[in-house]
Design a binder for this molecule. Structure first.
Ligand SMILES: Nc1ncnc2c1ncn2[C@@H]1O[C@H](COP(=O)(O)OP(=O)(O)OP(=O)(O)O)[C@@H](O)[C@H]1O
Ligand SMILES: [Mg+2]
Length: 600
């Protein structure tokens, strides 16, 4: 029995204690009387608005920032693993050399931990500089773990991660035995990895043994309950006051009136902190258009010494919101860069139809901000000419920059505050086509939601790269997949795509979006069911053959028209031809898959 209690104690010891901490930056109070305790088995998601003080809290814990008052106690057994924002390696190193020199561990130990992130012999021998961003992050995670920490501090680890690495990280964290604290604005990621939530709000820390979704529900209920209770208290106060007002002067009732006055003085309402301001983003209206917006034909992208993808052909129509998906290093950013003419295409061509005005948002915009400018000065300098001051203030307000904030210098802004500022600047330029490379990085939930909602209602065209699943799910009306030297439109919605990807991570064979509609034909089933499934497949095959014949005819007719009218350019027919071609490819692919299944 005693051993049991002992074990429990061992399992649950305090690692870090934060007591009544106060932290100031100039006049701005970041934390005040902030306290919390972090135990050895906790999996904590750290949430809070941009600029709330989350990164500051981590820096205080690892001793990089001083505090103005209070205490931070780190238990002697605590070994903190901090996922460094900067890269701890020289790019010329091979992965294994770096891991060994950084951690002083034997190569077999390095290999064992690295395997958790699917870094095997080939990757261990490769030079770090040749790895994609996702793989470099895997190397950093491996290095951190080799130092055998018992608590991990991860500050926005999901920024810049490709989905496969993200899913691997999720899987790893779900099986991790130690404690961790993760700052992230990705709700789904936190929901899937953490069981406690630390809310950084109103300059305080509040820890809850609830997963994020449950905590947010609880928070809402709590607020509603407090509001109700205050209403009741107020009602009671009014009743008592009425009695005092009516009978207070009467001698016969004086004693009762005095007692009621006492009761009034004892009534207490619960303090309700003013709710944080709501983010509401209005993208300036653009003229809606129809038909093709961007057409790409047989294009090859890459760099003089390296082709990234070739034979790219597809069309994007006005008003479409296209998510560009695929692992890091596969060429998503290269594709965007080629389309904004940052780099030339190697072969083939693309064109924008008339009246396209493109705005580009990417990570480098954040880095290039002039630190000396204030928020207002920056927005004023970037807005289209003659934008009235109130429009600038309105846009700044949508992104929660008001009053004193407007004079804040860019140099002191948090990651999320900088990202908001750049987005506000871009939207002030009134483009009708937006190319967004990881727009949700750094932004807090509320801002991401508001931005997703605004983009969905935007009448212009949007091409975006994002690993934030909640964001992509809301915004995307179409998907372009960049994978192994190919770029193609993916048929199926965003959820289908994610399911496919997760299956690959778990090592199960890929099941395309289309196959799911087919009857299941798994091996251990009874023969009767197999026959049933077989028939269903054959029926589907016949239906497909008919669809293919019809579509081929349509394509032929259209082609004939082009041959008969070589001098006329008909936008609608061109677009239709493109669609029919894609549809045909898609049908033929399905036909092949079913054929294969039937013959297996
Ligand atoms: N050196 C500094 N001088 C003045 N103000 C600062 C300094 N560093 C940070 N701040 C301010 O302190 C606040 C908290 O910053 P912090 O980086 O901790 O926020 P955060 O919660 O991590 O936000 P985000 O979600 O955007 O990363 C911000 O308003 C930021 O502008
Ligand atoms: Mg931060």
């Amino acid at each position: 029995m005693y051993a049991g209690i002992d074990n429990e104690r061992k399992q649950m010891s305090t690692l870090i204690q934060v007591m009544n901490v106060e932290k100031l930056y100039g006049n701005q109070e970041i934390l005040k009387d902030a306290s919390t305790v972090i135990n050895s088995n906790q999996k904590i998601g750290v949430i809070g608005r941009n600029g709330a003080g989350k990164s500051t809290l981590f820096k205080i814990i690892i001793g990089e920032e001083d505090i103005d008052d209070g205490t931070v106690r780190i238990h002697p057994d605590t070994r903190i693993g901090y996922l460094e924002q900067h890269d701890p390696y020289t790019p010329e190193d091979t992965v294994l050399d770096f891991l060994q020199s950084y951690t002083q561990k034997e190569s077999w130990e390095c290999g064992k931990v690295a395997a958790q992130f699917q870094l095997y012999e080939k990757e261990l021998e490769a030079k770090i500089k040749g790895l994609s961003g996702g793989y470099q992050m895997r190397v950093k995670l491996t290095a951190m773990l080799l130092k055998e920490p018992n608590i991990l501090l991860l500050d926005e680890p999901t920024n810049f991660l490709d989905l496969s690495t993200l899913l691997l990280l999720e899987k790893f964290l779900r099986g991790y035995k130690g404690a961790f604290m993760i700052i992230s604005h990705d709700r789904e990621f936190l929901e899937r990895t953490c069981t406690s939530t630390l809310d950084v709000e109103h300059r305080q820390l509040s820890m809850h043994a609830l997963s994020l979704g449950k905590y947010l529900e609880f928070k809402q209920q709590q607020l509603e309950m407090n509001l109700k209770q205050n209403e009741q208290v107020e009602k009671k106060r009014q009743q008592l006051q009425q009695f005092v007002d009516r009978f207070g002067a009467k001698n016969t009732k004086a004693t009762q009136a005095r007692s009621k006055e006492k009761q009034i003085s004892r009534l207490q309402t619960i303090e309700i902190k003013t709710p944080l301001r709501k983010v509401r983003i209005n993208i300036p209206k653009v003229e809606p258009r129809k038909g093709p917006a961007i057409e790409i034909k047989d294009m090859t992208i890459g760099y003089p010494e390296k082709t990234v993808a070739k034979d790219i052909s597809f069309t994007i129509n006005h008003g479409e919101k296209i998510a560009i998906v695929g692992d890091n290093g596969q060429g998503k950013t290269t594709l965007l860069k080629t389309l904004v003419e940052d780099i030339p295409s190697l072969q083939g061509s693309f064109r924008f139809f008339a009246h396209m005005d493109i705005g580009y948002y990417a990570q480098h915009v954040l880095r290039k901000l002039n630190n000396e400018l204030s928020i207002y000065e920056y927005l004023d300098s970037i807005a289209i000419e003659n934008t009235p001051r109130e429009k600038i203030l309105q846009m700044a307000g949508s992104f929660l920059f008001r009053d004193d904030d407007l004079n804040k210098k860019i140099s002191v802004l948090s990651g999320g505050e900088k990202a908001r500022l750049c987005m506000a600047g871009l939207l002030l330029q009134k483009h009708n086509c937006l190319f967004l490379d990881e727009p949700s990085n750094h932004l807090d939930f509320e801002t991401v939601e508001a931005l997703a909602d605004a983009l969905r209602h935007f009448e212009g065209t949007v091409l975006f790269v994002s690993h934030n699943r909640a964001f992509a799910r809301v915004v995307a009306t179409g998907i372009v997949e960049v994978k192994q030297g190919e770029v193609r439109r993916y048929y199926g919605n965003y959820d289908n795509y994610l399911e496919d990807l997760e299956r690959q991570i778990d090592g199960k064979p890929q099941d395309s979006a289309q196959e799911k509609e087919l009857p299941k034909t798994s091996k251990p089933q009874k023969k009767q069911i197999d026959i049933h499934a077989h028939r269903a497949l054959q029926k589907r095959l016949r239906k497909l053959e008919k669809q293919i014949a019809d579509t081929e005819q349509q394509k032929k007719d259209l082609f004939q028209w082009f041959e008969d009218n070589p001098t006329i350019y008909d936008e609608e027919k061109t677009q239709h031809y493109q669609q029919v071609t894609e549809e045909l490819d898609h049908l033929e692919e399905q036909w092949l898959e079913i054929q294969e299944e039937l013959s297996s």
